[in-house]
Design a protein around this ligand. Structure first.
Ligand SMILES: Nc1ncnc2c1ncn2[C@@H]1O[C@H](COP(=O)(O)OP(=O)(O)OP(=O)(O)O)[C@@H](O)[C@H]1O
Ligand SMILES: C[C@@](O)(CCOP(=O)(O)OP(=O)(O)O)CC(=O)O
Length: 385
């Protein structure tokens, strides 16, 4: 039996202008445009292999070594779109094997904790869609592929590009203009670094889709956010990226994180994603920026308590100096062990127990988009290795 395989990797992205709210739940169409920074795949990435054969009766998915099957509607929607595009190729060229009629096996691994609020669904769906698109030899451009990934998880569409990425909300009802585009590649502003403080948490407050739906339906503040705040901020943030202006970029990033959590709080019943540790980290970063007299570090929080702190490389000794002072007890510092001697000591006062609310730190930076890979997670039979 012939088994055809392909593999791809995809990065995590963390939004600096948040996507929150759907205008169409099935198509995953957002109520506002968003912007993100793609993170380095050495630290956070999904690797996915796809395999197909005339002998595969059904589609199947193995995630992190466990057979999950194809359960979710969203995964089904992505595979359906990919098979439809493959069928178009087969209809135009009858010599092509009929992949669109065969089962597809998907084997995927994240090199970081799944569903810990580290945007695993973004990297996961981006890698899934790309691996199958590669297997099917689809000619579509990344922005086209991003529309399929969007149906898996909204934020996944942004993981198809590296560097600074925008998801343009679009206006069409069928979502054909709701896609990701590159704002600037990594090389344009490569100094962007990110420190992720993984904040200990039992379970997510409210599942994302439920949370978004509730905000759209109940928050008055949300209407102001999507009509007045985000459209203006979207243009300002793109300009700040183009001009490599960290002060403006950082200011907008923090404001937008707070605006997103404010509309969560304004929902009925209110949604809380930040915890006390998150709030302490927010205060700490403001103290640092105040002391410096300018913004050198910017926090952002997704639908959970983890803090992502963006800063530029030339401020690393100041930013990590402060974070290390109060969070040196948590794992994850090995990577910068050789730099610790240069860390600037800080006289900023802070809760010396705050580290107890943090499980680890991930030190990473901006990174490129999905990469071709020779690594494969499937064997010659098209099953997990
Ligand atoms: N490698 C993968 N391949 C396919 N699906 C994946 C993969 N990794 C994660 N997922 C899907 O994403 C889900 C996790 O999404 P969820 O939104 O709960 O968490 P998250 O993405 O880590 O957090 P957030 O979206 O809040 O940043 C998993 O349960 C799984 O269904
Ligand atoms: C707060 C966010 O992280 C929300 C991300 O939501 P998802 O993309 O995970 O949601 P679904 O479209 O339902 O899969 C902000 C952002 O990443 O822009």
């Amino acid at each position: 039996m012939s088994v055809y395989t392909a593999s791809a990797t995809a990065p995590v992205n963390i939004a600096t202008l948040k996507y929150w709210g759907k205008r169409d739940k099935t198509l995953n169409l957002p109520t506002n445009s968003s912007i993100s920074v793609t993170l380095d795949q050495q630290d956070l990435r999904t690797l996915t292999s796809a395999a197909t054969s005339a002998d595969f009766q059904k589609d199947n998915l193995w995630l992190n070594g466990k057979e999950e099957g194809i359960k979710g509607e969203r995964t089904i929607a992505c595979i359906k779109d990919l098979k439809r595009l493959r069928k178009e190729l087969e209809d135009a060229d009858s010599s092509l094997p009929k992949f669109s009629e065969w089962g597809v096996h998907i084997v995927s691994e994240n090199n970081f904790p799944t569903a810990a609020g580290l945007a695993s669904s973004a990297a996961g769906f981006a890698a899934l869609v790309l691996a199958i698109a590669k297997l099917y030899k689809l000619p579509q451009l990344m922005s086209e592929i991003s529309k399929i990934a969007r149906k898996g998880s909204g934020s996944a569409c942004r993981s198809l590009f590296g560097g600074y990425v925008a998801w343009e909300m679009g206006e069409a009802q069928d979502g054909l203009d709701s896609k990701a585009v590159e704002v600037a590649p990594v090389d344009h502003w490569p100094l962007m670094k990110a420190a992720i403080l993984v904040v200990s948490d039992d379970k997510k407050d409210t599942p994302l889709t439920t949370g978004m739906q509730s905000t759209v339906a109940t928050s008055d503040l949300f209407q102001y956010r999507i009509k007045e705040v985000v459209p203006k901020r979207f243009e300002e943030m793109k300009k700040a990226i183009q001009e490599r202006d960290f002060e403006v970029f950082g200011d907008l990033t923090m404001k937008d994180s707070n605006s997103f959590h404010a509309v969560c709080l304004d929902s009925v019943p209110p949604i809380f994603y930040l915890n006390d540790t998150s709030k302490k980290i927010i205060k700490l970063i403001h103290k640092l920026n105040e002391q410096e007299g300018k913004i050198i570090a910017a926090y952002t929080f997704d639908a959970g308590p983890n803090a992502v702190i963006y800063y530029e490389e030339h401020n690393e000794n100041k930013v990590l100096g402060l974070i290390h002072k109060y969070f040196h007890q948590v794992p994850g510092w090995d990577k910068v062990a050789h730099k610790k001697a240069n860390f600037k000591d800080s006289d900023i006062e802070f809760d010396t127990e705050a580290y107890k609310g943090v499980s680890r730190i991930i030190l990473t930076k901006i990174g490129p988009g999905p990469q071709d890979t020779n690594q494969a997670l499937v064997n010659e039979q098209g099953l997990p290795k």
